[in-house]
Design a binder for this molecule. Structure first.
Ligand SMILES: Nc1ncnc2c1ncn2[C@@H]1O[C@H](COP(=O)(O)OP(=O)(O)OP(=O)(O)O)[C@@H](O)[C@H]1O
Length: 457
């Protein structure tokens, strides 16, 4: 009798759970269809029609502007939902991943037959493409000597397409035709950070802007390292203000959740600056089989930024990225190239600096002494923790986001101590939401320009 009633209870419970699950799934489908219809018909501020090749036939599909990034969550949602359920595309990898597939001939035309060269990297050649829709993108044509097969390429595209953050150079499409593999990225108007630090073509970046860039990079890396937990915050945001129902937000969350990604090649040439001079991490999520350091066999990465522990153990971890990030911070402070003895210079300065003070000695001469000394010391002390030889003593990227945010907030409150009328919107801050009033305004990214106004972008 006891057995029968237990069986009944278990049976009923399973029945109820399955029933609830099916009802919820049905609700999702209805909401998705509705949402898809809305997205399809909405004339989003940034939306543009991009020709997309599907099963060999050109179709036009709504796609948000690549520059939208995280400022507008529409891109991820549109890619994730509107394309995902497309009937005819269902069998196509493009529709499953939600990543638009571009036609070779369109890209050929948009790059004037691959002549609009932006540069050459370890993975291939990058071109600027002006699409017929008016959108500008960067096309990375992967080197044909790559050992990567079709499946690996598709897997890479699938992963990259799931990573979306405003401090990443997001993938907006791909092309696999005529034996070529291409990745299409958002176009970064202001080029790479290293050109701003070292090229006379650009004015020197102000100290304040350097800190802002550091915080941007920290946020991008934090997202890569703790992707899923960052999404927890996004989930919270999705449900805020009843923009989406909890169930719908939960589904979006699971569709976008990504495994942690270790970058493996953080360096100033992999930090690109967008039209607002906002820093974004590039070249993440790419398989790096070919990317072997010129200086040591089987070591992948770039000389000058390599974690010494990785060199000895051959095991690359998130903390190896933290090390490279520390080097990048010192690069921002000193304006010196890590491949030309930066860390030796830092180690010498560390003897005098005793950890927390005296780092101003190594400040970039292009700053002309215009920086807040305690702030520079704080950032240098943080950088020094990142480059600790013992990886477990290094902070996490989350710690770095917190610490750098604190530096910026302290600056803000110091500056506005006497101007109490301006509010500090501390609550605004989260891992993927920029507290815009903590950033110098656009006109202030070059050295010597006033940063009294903290106006929004
Ligand atoms: N999305 C983009 N927008 C604008 N310029 C870009 C973009 N992606 C790359 N570039 C430019 O193209 C050039 C080559 O970039 P790529 O990332 O392939 O190589 P790299 O970072 O210079 O070197 P490596 O591959 O060794 O890291 C660089 O000058 C870079 O600034």
């Amino acid at each position: 009798m006891k057995d029968v009633s237990w069986g009944l209870i278990i049976g009923l419970t399973i029945g109820v759970v399955i029933g609830v699950f099916l009802a919820t799934a049905a609700l999702f489908c209805i909401r998705f269809q509705k949402r898809r219809a809305q997205i399809g018909s909405s004339s989003s501020r940034r939306a543009s029609a991009i020709p997309i090749c599907t099963n060999g036939v050109d179709t036009r599909t709504e796609l948000s502007d690549s520059t939208a990034g995280q400022e507008s969550p529409k891109f991820a949602e549109e890619a994730g939902t509107s394309l995902w359920l497309e009937g005819p595309q269902r069998k196509n990898l493009v529709s499953v991943s939600g990543i638009p597939k571009y036609c070779y001939k369109d890209l050929q035309k948009a790059t004037s037959n691959f002549t609009t060269l932006l540069g050459q990297g370890a993975f291939g050649t990058v071109y600027r493409a002006q699409m017929s829709t008016g959108e500008t993108v960067a096309v990375k044509v992967l080197a044909t000597n790559s050992k990567q097969g079709e499946k690996e390429f598709q897997a890479e595209v699938l992963l990259l397409g799931r990573l979306h953050h405003r401090n990443l150079v997001n993938l907006v499409g791909y092309c696999a035709e005529k034996g070529q593999h291409m990745l299409i990225y958002e176009y970064m108007t202001h080029g790479s950070l290293d050109s701003h630090l070292y090229s006379e073509k650009h004015e020197a970046l102000s100290w304040e802007w350097r800190v802002t860039i550091a915080l941007d990079v920290a946020r991008g890396l934090e997202y890569l390292h703790d992707g899923v937990s960052s999404h927890m915050i996004s989930l919270q945001k999705l449900t805020e203000g009843k923009k989406y129902s909890k169930a719908y937000a939960l589904l979006l969350f699971f569709m976008q959740a990504v495994p942690p990604v270790v970058h493996r090649d953080i360096k100033s040439s992999n930090i690109l600056l967008d039209q607002s001079m906002r820093a974004r991490v590039a070249d993440f999520g790419l398989s790096r089989e070919e990317m072997v350091s010129r200086h040591a066999s089987n070591i992948r990465g770039t000389y000058g930024y390599l974690d010494p522990e990785y060199i000895s153990s051959r095991s690359f971890t998130k903390k190896s990225d933290v090390y490279s990030f520390g080097v990048l911070l010192f690069e921002l402070i000193t304006g010196r190239n890590p491949q030309q003895g930066l860390m030796e210079y830092v180690e010498l300065a560390a003897i005098n600096a005793e950890g927390k003070v005296g780092w101003e000695e190594i400040a970039d001469s292009r700053l002309d002494g215009i920086f807040d000394v305690p702030e520079l010391n704080d950032v240098a002390a943080l950088a020094y923790k990142c480059v600790s030889r013992i990886s477990r003593k290094r902070p996490s990227m989350r710690d770095m986001v917190e610490a750098l945010t604190h530096v910026v907030k302290a600056r803000y409150s110091k500056k506005h101590h006497s101007k109490r009328s301006l509010p500090i919107t501390v609550e605004e801050e989260s891992t993927d939401q920029e507290p815009s009033d903590l950033r110098p305004s656009l006109s202030e990214h070059y050295r010597g320009e006033s940063v009294d106004s903290l106006s929004d972008f």
